[in-house]
Design a protein around this ligand. Structure first.
Ligand code: NAD
Ligand code: WQD
Length: 364
């Protein structure tokens, strides 16, 4: 289904945001991106446009907490809906800097909702996380499983869901979908887009890719004494392109139902750390050197989604398997050994190529 709707994508320069921009551009959406590049690079935009073969309508560098900057964006454009990715997401860092996490993730969401309401925009797709389930009693996890967040990052996402629920109760014109992603990994099959975290990556897949490319000597496996078949942690890895597609479906289905609706996004099957290490070794054609270390504080044994609701309601089913996730993550790493910062890459340095005059940056 093609559309001519205009969508604001906050955090659109990031990992999931950039892939979602490609998906939405491909279906005819006009996109307005807001990002402060605190965990991304504006170099990604020319790549998004190259993959999608369409321009992003406008890009604004702004902090999601800055209501004045947000208002200027909403003043300039007639916006139909918002996809809200902008947030800080490193679990460990959130335990060190809880105030910053609550400020950005919760304060950013309330600022955005206020500005949306001021401009009569009431359709929102919100990025939530499986981390809100915490240490689960039962696997797989359904949307009704109890939320027991175990760190400030997860709590901030849970708080956002509570705030949005309260807003929707009071203001029935709001239509919100909250997508609880499990472990998004992989990269666009073109090799042009992928995960390019600033600094030391916290998550398993980018660590594996950096070991495979030689940027790190070996992979630390955090714990082999979990109650799982091989003793290592089990997660529900899902290809980022499948996650991106779910956002497009969320926009298409936003008008259905009332209030905030919650959907798990996962494949429904888990892989252990050692299974992912082996799959990545197959993808890159060499074994990944590993050392077994102690458990990482705050980690849980297993998180696997029951994603039947989103399959039933929207017909969404993941298309990519674990081998494809590893193949695509490796292709991105191989073609972009230092991520988007590769200054020898002519695509990366021509920021804004093919961008229409409507594109602008908000004054800081
Ligand atoms: P990411 O860090 O790659 O993308 C987030 C984007 O938001 C970045 O471009 C960053 O620069 C921007 N941003 C951060 N703070 C901002 C601010 N104050 N103002 C404006 N922009 C800001 O992360 P991602 O993996 O693409 O995650 C996107 C969303 O999905 C986040 O809300 C995250 O919490 C959620 N999520 C991610 C995962 C995952 O494993 N990647 C899982 C569950 C939920
Ligand atoms: C996966 C497994 C680690 C790194 C977090 C958030 C979740 C979502 C994804 C945002 C675990 C093990 C890891 C390494 C390892 N993000 N591991 N060596 O912790 O499941 O999920 O990120 O919302 O909400 O909670 O993902 O990729 O960090 O870890 O052995 O160097 O890999 O112990 O078992 P996690 P992860």
């Amino acid at each position: 289904m093609r559309t001519s709707q205009t969508v604001v994508v906050t955090g659109g320069a990031g990992f999931i945001g950039s892939h979602t921009c490609v998906e939405l551009l491909g279906r005819g959406y006009e996109l307005i991106v807001i990002d402060d590049y605190s965990n991304s690079s504006p170099r990604v935009f020319s790549r998004i446009e190259e993959v999608a073969r369409r321009p992003i309508h406008a890009v604004y560098q702004a902090d999601i907490r800055d209501r004045h900057a947000l208002s200027r964006v909403f003043d300039r454009h007639r916006v139909d809906a918002v996809v809200h990715f902008a947030a800080r997401k490193a679990v460990d860092e959130s335990t060190q800097r809880p105030v910053e996490y609550y400020d950005t993730n919760v304060g950013g969401t309330t600022a955005l909702m206020q500005v949306m309401d001021d401009h009569d925009v009431h359709r929102l797709v919100f990025s939530s996380s499986c981390s809100i389930y915490g240490d689960a009693d039962e696997i797989p996890l359904s949307e009704n499983s109890p939320a027991r967040p175990t760190n400030p990052y997860a709590t901030s996402k849970w708080m956002c869901e509570q705030i949005v629920t309260d807003v929707c109760r009071r203001r029935p014109e709001f239509r919100v979908v909250s997508l609880r992603y499990f472990n998004p990994v992989g990269a666009h099959p073109s090799g042009l887009l992928g995960e390019d975290p600033r600094g030391h990556p916290a998550n398993l897949m980018p660590c594996l890719a950096q070991v495979a490319i030689g940027r790190r000597a070996n992979l630390s496996v955090f714990g082999d004494d979990y109650p799982t078949p091989d003793g290592t942690g089990i997660r529900d890895y899902i290809h980022v392109v499948d996650v991106a597609e779910a956002h497009r479906l969320a926009l298409e289905h936003l008008h259905e139902g009332t209030g905030m609706r919650v959907f798990n996004l996962g494949t429904g099957s888990g892989a252990s750390v050692l299974e992912l290490v082996a799959a990545f070794g197959d993808a890159c054609g060499r074994p990944i050197p590993c050392s077994i270390e102690g458990r990482r504080p705050g980690d849980v044994a297993a998180l696997v989604a029951d994603a039947r609701v989103v399959a039933r309601e929207w017909g969404w089913r993941p298309r990519y398997d674990l081998a494809s996730m590893c193949r695509d993550a490796w292709r991105f790493q191989r073609l972009n050994p230092v991520g988007y910062d590769d200054l020898t890459d002519p695509v990366a340095v021509t920021v804004g190529a093919g961008v229409p005059p409507a594109r602008a940056e908000v004054d800081q």
